[in-house]
Ligand binder design. Structure first.
Ligand code: EZ4
Ligand code: CO
Length: 402
């Protein structure tokens, strides 16, 4: 079999997605997600101008060699644009191979290690009571693990909390919105939210919280300590993790489990974190971490260090990435939990998928390959619209972590 053509699609059913389709001389095709929130067109150019021409006539079964060719062969390694582009190709190759062997992808990754994949959802509210109510609604939908974010008194807009009671979307059309942040107000507020949640719901559910990289290590240590009585499943992204050693300081002070990695794109972003057992869950995703090939290696590396997976699963990852994550999660031993932020109803008809949700868990489905089909005609009805994540400033105007 040979790769004869590749197409890159940009479509915006409710939000922007970049999709790669690899076509072969045997009529089978493979799909990959190439979406990098707010930097979509950079990945499109990287794929179209630099990678796709090198793919033509290659054997699509050689996924390891093709991955190494683009990673090692380019001289310029790593970085989110590069690794998202390589990831799209790698996903499409695995999809192609599993389709041509007529098996669901998880069979090629080790087969079934579990009956289903436990997921956690997002509950949010403008204030504590609204967040408590939203948690109740999600418990009714069957979720047994819930990430909770609420508005902080004195901060006008809190990232991760929807406006006017709507669901939040991790990008807004037009130029980036600018928000104001106060660490002291946030640190005083979050323990009150979780105290109230445990008062209302007891131990019936697992609770998670995302600090969105906004703290310093000592502030994160304080938050982790203050949250200990409420036994979180994890505290996510307590600090921006360019300085992996910063987690040593957090770890020294708290037994609240830590998760990090949704912005990582290479094993080198988390080698210290994993080998020193500084985190409990690693969140690097298939789409931004270079594809299925390196994510499988990462999971296997993490296993002896007691680090489990907790892949990013927000709406800016297309259903192709969700499918890939579910196949990986089904096959590996050290799966922890999978994030599930359901897509807008416009998305699923464009990316028809075999994966399903039921009672707090998901299944990858039994269709050959990833189990996702892309409706090109429908997708063409939703042209690209520039959209960005918000920018964050401290109260004195200093630019702060996103
Ligand atoms: O900010 O997906 O855990 N989920 C998150 C998300 C991310 C966006 C970034 O594009 O933190 O909301
Ligand atoms: Co997050």
């Amino acid at each position: 079999m040979k790769i004869t053509d590749a197409k890159v699609f940009v479509s915006s059913p409710s939000r922007n997605f970049v999709t790669l389709k690899l076509i072969t001389d045997e009529g089978i095709h493979g799909l990959g997600d190439a979406t990098l929130n707010g930097r979509e067109k950079a990945v499109v150019a990287y794929l179209q101008d630099h990678l796709v021409p090198c793919l033509i006539d290659r054997d699509p079964f050689q996924s390891e060699d093709i991955w190494q060719y683009f990673y090692r062969g380019s001289y310029w390694r790593r970085g989110p644009v590069t690794m998202t582009a390589i990831a799209a190709i790698d996903m499409a190759l695995w999809d192609l191979k599993a389709k041509s062997l007529n098996v669901p992808l998880y069979q090629l990754l080790g087969g079934k290690s579990r009956a289903s994949v436990q997921v956690y959802c997002h509950a949010t509210g403008a204030d504590i009571e609204a967040a408590v109510d939203d948690v109740g609604r999600h418990i009714e939908q069957g979720y047994r693990a819930i990430r909770v974010q609420s508005g902080v008194p004195g901060i006008a807009a809190t990232y991760g909390v929807g406006k006017q009671g709507r669901k939040y979307e991790p990008a807004q059309e037009g130029m980036p919105e600018e928000c104001v942040w106060s660490t002291s107000k946030y640190l005083a507020h979050v323990p009150q939210l979780f105290r109230r949640l445990r008062d209302v719901y007891g131990d019936r559910i697992e609770l998670l919280h995302d600090a969105h990289h906004r703290l310093t290590p000592i502030e994160a240590a304080r938050l982790g300590k203050d949250l200990e009585p409420f036994r979180l499943l994890w505290l996510e992204d307590p600090v921006s993790a360019e300085l992996q050693e910063g987690f040593r300081l957090i770890r020294r002070h708290t037994v609240t489990p830590l998760a990090v990695g949704e912005v990582f794109n290479s094993v080198h972003d988390c080698l210290t974190l994993i080998t020193e057992q500084l985190v409990d869950y690693i969140r690097m995703t298939v789409v931004h971490g270079g594809g299925i090939t390196p994510i499988m290696k990462l999971a296997h590396l993490a296993e002896p260090y007691h680090v489990r997976t907790g892949f990013h699963g927000a709406t800016d990852l297309s259903p192709i990435t969700m499918a890939a994550a579910l196949h990986v999660n089904t096959a590996i031993n050290n799966f922890g939990i999978q994030e599930h932020m359901p897509h807008d109803p416009l998305v699923d008809p464009v990316f028809r998928h075999g994966y399903t949700y039921e009672a707090g868990s998901m299944l990858p489905g039994e269709e050959p390959g990833l189990g996702v089909e892309y409706d090109e005609a429908l997708a063409a009805q939703y042209p690209y619209r520039p959209a960005y994540l918000p920018v964050n400033r401290r109260e004195d105007g200093t630019l702060w972590n996103w």
